[in-house]
Design a protein around this ligand. Structure first.
Ligand code: ADP
Ligand code: NA
Length: 329
């Protein structure tokens, strides 16, 4: 297949925050609507989520919640194949075959492993080998492009290495997947503008979740950490807090940071914060309403996910039967 196929995964580990929306979901929807790719797949990667401890009821709820949220953000199931990773068994089957082509030292030197394994006294094997599962996620659909954050570049390298290793040993079937790295647009925590907004930050005041009420949005932005300079200016080194707010503003309205600074010349920080809260609130209000509506219609969500599974399965089973044939099964 010479066609372009793009794939991305998102972990069902909680409600997406504004950083996820700006850095990943919104970009995905723009890409989907641009119609430049023949096949586009978005996977809710539950198998990746269990590399760290998860509660049954919570992960179950998060899978449905993530699906609802993605649909509410504009993921269109007639353009994007939206599916739950664990419903396609070939992900783990292909991962096994790839793991037999991968050495331990190659995984040991991955920066994510070095960082994540530090957090546990006895890190699990899943946490060690999940980059191989990621490679399988990509290769199973012969994806040619994978949107990722900078932190995932090494994993894409691994996927390319494994594609090449398989092609060399068994026969050429996998295209070389390349990363698409969006312009660096890291939204920072509202409590600590030197670290990124993240689900894993302990203090929930640092992030705006897509389902936060308007009161919570105002409260979080009002209390966001800035500095002692009253006016609004953009300087990400000297004024990381204010600059982060301007970046959020720019991402949501499509304006440049300079434009925003100009139009906010008459405002002090207090007034600017409430202006921004208004904008965030306007963006999230329809998403919240739609997420809530979809969560009342679980039947629709499961229909969408079943259709996604069937479409994903058509591609996955075709690739995997080629793989088996070449391996000699
Ligand atoms: P988190 O750190 O909140 O757990 P993930 O690692 O699950 O987020 O990331 C999901 C997607 O959202 C990735 O594509 C990632 O690049 C993007 N993303 C996460 N945090 C941010 C952020 N603060 N700013 C911009 N994009 C982000
Ligand atoms: Na993360």
């Amino acid at each position: 297949r010479g066609s372009k196929c793009i794939l991305s995964g998102i972990q069902p580990t909680g409600i997406p925050h504004l950083g996820n929306y700006i850095g990943a979901i919104k970009k995905w929807v723009d890409l989907q609507d641009a119609g430049t790719h023949e096949t586009i797949l978005l996977s809710i990667v539950d198998l990746h989520a269990i590399t760290v401890p998860q509660e049954r009821e919570i992960i179950r709820e998060n899978i449905v919640g993530m699906a609802a949220c993605l649909l509410a953000c504009g993921v269109n199931p007639s353009k994007t194949i939206l599916f739950q990773q664990s419903t396609i068994s070939q992900h783990t089957e292909l991962a096994w075959i790839l793991s037999c082509l991968c050495t331990m030292p190659r995984l040991e030197c991955l920066p994510q492993w070095k960082e994540k394994s530090q957090k546990y006294q006895e890190p699990g094997v899943g946490l060690f080998i999940y980059p191989i599962l990621q490679a399988a996620d990509i290769l199973l659909y012969k994806a040619t492009e994978v949107p990722v954050g900078e932190d995932q570049v090494h994993h894409l390298e691994l996927a390319r290495h494994l594609a090449k290793a398989f092609n060399r040993k068994y026969g050429v079937i996998f295209p070389r997947p390349v990363e698409i790295i969006g312009e660096v647009n890291r939204i920072k925590s509202l409590r600590d503008p030197n670290s990124k907004m993240s689900k894993s930050e302990a203090n929930p005041m640092g992030r705006i979740e897509l389902t936060d009420s308007s009161d919570e949005i105002y409260e979080k932005i009002k209390k966001s950490v800035t500095d002692f300079t009253p006016h609004i200016s953009y300087d990400s080194d000297q004024r990381p807090g204010v600059s982060n707010l301007i970046q959020i503003h720019a991402a949501l309205t499509g304006q440049s940071c300079e434009q925003i600074v100009q139009e906010s010349a008459g405002l002090d920080k207090v007034a600017y914060k409430s202006r921004l809260a208004e904008i965030v609130n306007e963006t999230l209000a329809p998403i919240k309403t739609e997420t809530a509506r979809l969560l009342q219609d679980k039947h629709y969500i499961s229909t969408v996910m079943e259709q996604g599974r069937d479409k994903a399965n058509m591609i996955a089973s075709k690739t995997y039967s080629q793989v088996k044939q070449l391996v000699g099964f």
